[in-house]
Design a protein around this ligand. Structure first.
Ligand SMILES: [Zn+2]
Ligand SMILES: [Zn+2]
Length: 337
């Protein structure tokens, strides 16, 4: 069986892998498509401290069911599914209160444990979701970044009519903006790359700001009629954007931090108190897959416009190194297996 293997940072190839043995609670899948995510690129570059090597990459994985647990009544062989790649323990404190997304013992496929970029994988039944028939294979993996974005928007308790400033117009930011639109909130995207802002406008985002060209604080003040944004979603991980969030947010506002900063940064914590901010981290997702698939299937979120290209499994290693070298050329790449 073939897999996409990182033998060490910078070394990626199609490699022979062991055919998986399905445990009683697992589903066996023939993988049909996969998304290349920022974390796969981080693993390739050797900058993700959670990754150990050698490692099969990939956590945005869709496939066809081959075998199901004996007691299964819903899933059938041949069904199209996507995996939820965050494998939680079910026993720690966060798991005990339903926050399985930040399980203390969390193992994410392609990061802590073998990824899904292989011809066949086994995965816990409780983390496998059926996919509506009208979503083509090469778009199904994008339901995974969408759940990350949905969780970030939900962590900020976003309400209809609120202004949602989103810093970073990568796939997470653009999906968060589209999800905010489905909630009848008003997204405002802040990003220094004009083409990304143009894409945001094509996706229905009416307010976009390039902070290297205009004063973002003044601009947000104008858009919100002086209030500033009730919600800020930080989706870039950039220090300047995280710092900016504290200025962009309104009094009594909510900040949701989904971007991973490279280093710790200094923040004016006095403003947290003065504005009585709610600042929440947002990691992975919990329970959002069915809705994410529904939004894509019903055309409420346009993932196709974010897709730069789709390649075959054999082309995946070269594609990963090209994305690592030229990140600006790609917004999203998926692979057909
Ligand atoms: Zn991902
Ligand atoms: Zn746990």
């Amino acid at each position: 069986m073939k897999s996409v293997l990182l033998s060490s940072p910078g070394k990626i190839q199609i490699s022979e892998a062991q055919y998986p043995v399905r445990k009683p609670n697992e589903v066996l899948l023939k993988v049909r498509s996969a998304g290349i995510c920022g974390s796969d690129i981080g693993a390739y570059k050797g900058v993700n401290p959670l990754v150990s090597y050698p490692r099969v990459i990939g956590h945005e994985i869709a496939g066809e069911v081959l075998e199901v647990p004996a007691e299964e009544t819903d899933l059938l062989p041949g069904d199209r599914v996507i995996i939820e790649p965050y494998v939680y323990c079910g026993e720690c404190y966060p798991c005990s209160i339903g926050h399985t997304n930040c399980c203390e013992n969390l193992t994410v496929r392609g990061v802590h444990i073998e990824g899904g970029m292989a011809e066949v994988i086994a995965h816990p039944r409780r983390l496998v979701h059926k996919v509506p028939n009208n979503i083509p294979w090469n778009l199904i993996p994008m339901a995974e970044p969408l759940v990350i974005s949905m969780h970030a928007v939900q962590q900020a308790d976003t309400q209809a009519g609120q202004h949602v400033v989103i810093t970073g117009a990568g796939q997470i930011g653009l999906l968060a903006a589209q999800y905010a639109l489905t909630l009848d909130a008003i997204p405002v995207i802040v990003d220094p790359v004009d083409e990304r802002l143009e894409l945001a406008r094509k996706l229905g985002v009416t307010h976009t700001i390039n902070p290297t060209v205009v004063d973002a604080v003044a601009e947000i003040k104008k858009i919100t009629h002086g209030r500033m944004a009730e919600v800020v979603i930080e989706a870039s991980g950039a220090a300047s954007a995280i710092r900016g969030a504290v200025d962009y947010v309104s009094y009594a506002g909510h900040i949701s931090l989904v971007g991973w900063p490279k280093n710790d940064i200094e923040l004016p914590t006095g403003l947290f108190t003065k504005k009585e901010l709610t600042v929440r981290g947002s990691r992975n997702s919990v329970g959002q897959f069915p809705e994410s698939l529904r939004l894509i299937s019903e055309g409420k979120v346009d993932v196709a416009s974010l897709l730069t290209k789709t390649v075959d499994m054999d082309e995946t290693p070269a594609m990963v190194s090209d994305i690592a070298e030229h990140p600006d050329r790609y917004l999203k790449v998926t692979c057909l297996f």
